[in-house]
Design a protein. Structure first.
Length: 454
């Protein structure tokens, strides 16, 4: 028997250690470290940084080298045969005299040819294209960083939503178990009354049916709780079979957020607006880049070359310096059309920014309403809970005195369950509404930092 108790204790200890308790801040951190979409956003930021460094290299000279080696094994020596050329006088008439050429032989058998060159090109003035390209690269890095923050906000919101749903449902399950215990106690009471002949069996069966239904709902709720735990595990990057549990509980007396100046905060902080504003600036820079192509282009080049053809041409090298100037002259109104297209792209980007700004103002107002409504729902749910408790106590006392029916007790117990569940839902909804509000005004990361410091 002692060995059995020891083994049982070990099994209980193993089961307890298998459960992983996580707080809200831990869940957020784990989700931020695991989320694949966020990792993709980080890679895009790194890519933008690499592109910015690449753009900086346009200020530096380019140095290129080339080399050629040629071998013609089937080629024979080349020769020029002897020949005579007539001598002409000043009027172009032959004088009868000739000049003889003895001929010559060229050593071209199995010809070899070597050539190498190193050239350095320096951009002196490119119409501003290099400067504008660097500015666009800088903006690209800013936009990638803002996109990373935007994805971070979404990950935190999704984590909070899953976390508080789990907390609320877990507490609702506890309430449902108490409700089942009420029905079980009432069923036993009805059995005793039936055996004493104080009530018909039909009254007992009414309670039994309700208890069976509650048992079925409990089984479904336990399965739903498992799914919610799996959902949170997926978000934070744990194995789906991990017995995760939330260590935080719902605040029964939350304070209403102070939501003054919310719209202005959103217009200043929202990453969507910063990204779209950056797109407008990039469109402006692209317009300037397009126009710079029609300005003079000045460049310089310095090169060193080496050439050798053994047995035919002695090795020789040559250093060369040159400068080039390109001036666009006639492009058949190409510049005007390109300028018009660039201007229209700028207008499109600006319109998208203005439209998003209006939508965000509306969105923030909706978040404010949701916070206020969820807070008021908590106050109403508290009153409903108190009234349901009082009603159940009175109905139970009246039933014991023979003044109420079994159906009255069952209805009061159902109202008690509904009121408790309603309050828990309202508390969880308020927590999620707060997260959505902070996300809506662009301060979710600030709030996350504050929570981590507490």
């Amino acid at each position: 028997m002692k060995h059995y108790i020891i083994i049982l204790g070990l099994l209980v200890g193993m089961g307890a250690s298998a459960q992983q308790l996580v707080s809200l801040s831990q869940s957020r951190q784990m989700a931020l470290e695991y989320n694949k979409t966020l990792k993709t956003a980080k890679l895009r930021y790194d890519e933008a940084e690499a592109q910015r460094k690449e753009a900086r290299t346009a200020y530096l000279p380019n140095i290129d080298g080339s080399a050629t080696a040629m071998y013609l094994p089937s080629m024979d020596n080349m020769g020029i045969p002897p020949m005579s050329f007539p001598v002409l006088d000043a009027g172009g008439v032959e004088t009868g005299n000739t000049v003889d050429f003895a001929g010559m032989s060229l050593e071209t058998e199995k010809l070899k040819y070597y050539n190498g060159q190193v050239a350095m090109q320096v951009p002196i003035y490119a119409g501003g294209q290099i400067r504008y390209a660097n500015k666009m690269a800088d903006k690209g890095v800013e936009i990638a960083q803002q996109n990373y923050k935007l994805e971070t906000d979404q990950v935190v919101y999704n984590t909070d939503n899953a976390y508080w749903q789990l907390v609320a449902f877990k507490e609702q399950l506890n309430v449902a178990n108490k409700y089942y215990e009420m029905l079980d106690s009432l069923e036993q009471q009805m059995k005793d009354m039936y055996e004493l002949g104080l009530t018909p069996r039909s009254e007992q069966l009414i309670v039994t049916v309700q208890k069976n239904e509650a048992q079925l709902q409990l089984m479904r709720a336990e399965n739903a709780l498992k799914i919610m735990k799996m959902n949170l595990c997926q978000i934070v990057g744990l194995d789906l079979n991990t017995d995760i549990d939330a260590s935080d509980s719902l605040n029964i007396n939350p304070e209403l957020l102070i939501m003054s100046n919310s719209v202005n905060q959103a217009l200043s902080n929202r990453n969507e607006l910063k990204m779209l504003s950056g797109q407008v600036e990039i469109s402006e820079l692209q317009k300037k880049t397009d126009m710079s192509a029609y300005r003079p282009q000045i460049g310089a080049q310095v090169s060193y070359g080496y050439t050798e053809i053994p047995n035919l041409v002695d090795a020789q090298d040559m250093t060369q310096a040159s400068a080039s100037l390109s001036i666009p002259l006639v492009h058949w109104r190409e510049k005007k059309h390109k300028k018009d297209a660039a201007r229209l792209r700028v207008q499109q980007a600006q319109l998208q920014l203005d439209d998003t700004r209006e939508l965000i103002q509306l969105e923030v107002q909706q978040y404010i309403i949701q916070v206020n409504e969820s807070y008021e729902a908590i106050q109403i749910a508290k009153r409903s809970k108190d009234e349901a408790i009082e009603s159940l106590e009175e109905v139970t006392a009246s039933f014991d005195a023979g003044l109420n029916t079994t159906t009255d007790v069952l209805n009061a117990q159902a109202s008690w369950l509904s009121a408790h569940a309603g309050l828990l839902n309202a508390l969880a909804t308020y927590e999620v509404a707060k997260t959505a509000y902070y996300k809506g005004i662009g301060q979710l990361n600030i709030d996350l930092a504050n929570n981590n410091n507490q």
